[in-house]
Design a protein around this ligand. Structure first.
Ligand SMILES: Cc1cc2nc3c(=O)[nH]c(=O)nc-3n(C[C@H](O)[C@H](O)[C@H](O)COP(=O)(O)OP(=O)(O)OC[C@H]3O[C@@H](n4cnc5c(N)ncnc54)[C@H](O)[C@@H]3O)c2cc1C
Length: 494
């Protein structure tokens, strides 16, 4: 039996978006372009994952296991040539102009082949998202023009988002925990800017980054009240990279320790002043958590695809393993779970398009600006210089606040957490069930099933552990029911 005879996952006819979520047909009649573009994104991403990522994942995983600093530049260059690392940037500015729904298609397809490789291609957009949620016009324009320029010259341009510290992971993402955390980083106010010291750890792309966006408190005794967001070029004196972690999974994506020793950050690189850092983090999480959930969904789908291929070929006695009824029941359950989470992921992505930062691209001023202003000017220095003037610089932030309120951000953290927990628990559950179904050979490194299991486990821990995500879910849901101030009072504790 050849691979092509099992039409599932990467080997299915594409696009099959409407086959798996038929309810989108109604939306397709109302907004044909929106759904057609998502179908195009799905096909593009699936072809890329099948032809470029899948054939080399096991080799990349082994090379990274031997050397955590190994990076597959050939794969990155192919993705860069297809602009898959700058998908949300408007077409007029050199990107693909992909919606959140299109990006959900991209993430599911690429992660179904390899979560680590997918991170290297898509997570870099986090830098852009960091700028988008900030929404200061000059920063957005500067970052977009840098990313497009690098893409055109086929030069890597990596960003890292540094929140976690050796003494604080969950604490830096949660308001209550942050109030009592003991930060190991500190930003001291000096003339013209801040002097930053301390260590961040487990930072995705930290070893490759050209820029680090770091949340650091200005007052260690009051981290919540003084958390700020700094934009730090990694060429800055005093910045250095430590260990690249040897992780159980997602080995293709580098995770590193970062050191700051008297790193000077000028005032213009303070993205959020002391006191505003947590809000900025929450806003980023309100977008990224859901995409990690969709990544979990992709891992699950990829594992099931590998499992189905195996049981279709494996002979027991005189029949295929897939002919056993118990195997069919296990597969039916997994398809049911995968499709349920896919619907949740698609719902989340479409909500980002309807109510979050992607809505900006649909707004009249942005649409009109993109239509009227020539590409050269959009990416040119003169527009940036004009945007730097504080009146224009804040216009973007003010404009965005009109339709993405603080309350909406917390609602999206909630939606994102639902999808994150559902998708990443699904990933661990399905990869484990596929291994059970396949048996001993599922644990061998030749089918990619044990790799899926290792990759899946990581997703439950980052982007807020699933426990931290559950706390966000329950707090938000119960507060809507009027139940607040959760927790056993100190006097009732044993
Ligand atoms: C592959 C990978 C990539 C990563 N990339 C990045 C990155 O790019 N940038 C970045 O900043 N970080 C990154 N991280 C770090 C990640 O976000 C943290 O690991 C995560 O937030 C959990 O923090 P922690 O490991 O310090 O666990 P801790 O916060 O120490 O928590 C330990 C355990 O206690 C639980 N716990 C903690 N607080 C509570 C609470 N209040 N209530 C209930 N349970 C609680 C947690 O759920 C967990 O089970 C990455 C991690 C990995 C593994």
């Amino acid at each position: 039996m050849s691979d092509e005879t099992v039409n599932y996952g990467l080997r299915a006819r594409s696009p099959d978006l409407l086959d798996t979520v038929p309810g989108l047909g109604k939306l397709k009649s109302a907004c044909p372009k929106y759904i057609e573009k998502a179908e195009f994104a799905q096909k593009t991403a699936r072809d890329f994952a099948k032809n470029e990522i899948a054939p080399r994942v096991l080799e990349i995983d082994q090379k990274c296991a031997a050397d955590p600093a190994y990076f597959d530049w050939e794969l990155w260059e192919t993705a860069n040539a297809a602009k898959l690392n700058i998908t949300p940037i408007p077409e007029k500015m050199g990107g693909l102009g992909w919606s959140a729904l299109d990006n959900a298609m991209l993430v599911e397809e690429l992660t179904s082949a390899c979560m680590g490789c997918a991170s290297n291609i898509t997570f870099n957009t986090f830098g852009l998202l960091g700028a988008m949620v900030e929404c200061k016009t000059d920063i957005v324009l500067k970052i977009i023009s840098q990313m497009v320029d690098a893409q055109r010259r086929s030069k890597p341009l990596f960003w890292s988002w540094a929140i976690t510290e050796p003494s604080a992971g969950t604490d830096v993402e949660d308001e209550e925990a942050m109030a009592t955390m003991r930060p190991s980083t500190h930003a001291k106010k000096i003339e013209g800017g801040y002097l930053v010291n301390g260590t961040k750890c487990f930072i995705t792309n930290g070893s490759l980054a050209h820029y680090v966006i770091a949340t650091i408190p200005a007052d260690s005794a009051h981290p919540k009240e003084s958390m700020a967001t700094f934009f730090i070029p990694t060429t800055t004196k005093g910045f250095s990279v430590g260990r690249i972690e040897r992780k159980c999974g997602q080995k293709a994506s580098q995770t590193a320790e970062l050191f700051f020793k008297d790193v000077f950050v000028p005032e213009e690189n303070v993205w959020e002043p002391p006191g505003k850092g947590l809000r900025h983090t929450r806003e980023i999480l309100s977008i990224t958590r859901g995409f990690i959930g969709i990544g979990g969904l992709g891992i699950a789908r990829g594992a099931l695809e590998r499992g189905i291929r195996y049981v279709s070929r494996k002979k027991v006695k005189n029949h295929r393993l897939i002919d056993e009824e118990w195997v069919q029941m296990v597969i039916a359950d997994m398809i049911k779970d995968i499709n349920t989470v896919r619907c949740a992921g698609i719902n989340f992505a479409m909500a980002l398009d309807a109510y979050h930062v992607w809505k900006m691209f649909d707004s009249v001023p942005v649409k009109a600006g993109l239509k009227i202003v020539p590409e050269k000017i959009l990416l040119g220095k003169s527009l940036q210089a004009l945007a730097e003037k504080s009146m224009f610089s804040h216009a973007g932030s003010e404009f965005k606040k009109k339709f993405v309120s603080d309350e909406q951000i917390e609602t999206f953290v909630y939606y994102g957490s639902l999808v994150k927990v559902a998708g990443t628990d699904l990933a661990v559950n399905i990869t484990s069930r596929v291994a059970d179904m396949v048996g001993l050979e599922g644990l061998s490194d030749q089918y990619g099933i044990e790799k899926s299991f290792r990759d899946a486990k990581v997703t439950q821990i980052y982007e807020g552990s699933n426990q931290a995500n559950r706390i966000d879910i329950v707090k938000h849901a119960l507060s809507k029911m009027g139940i607040k101030n959760l927790g056993v009072p100190d006097e009732n504790k044993p």
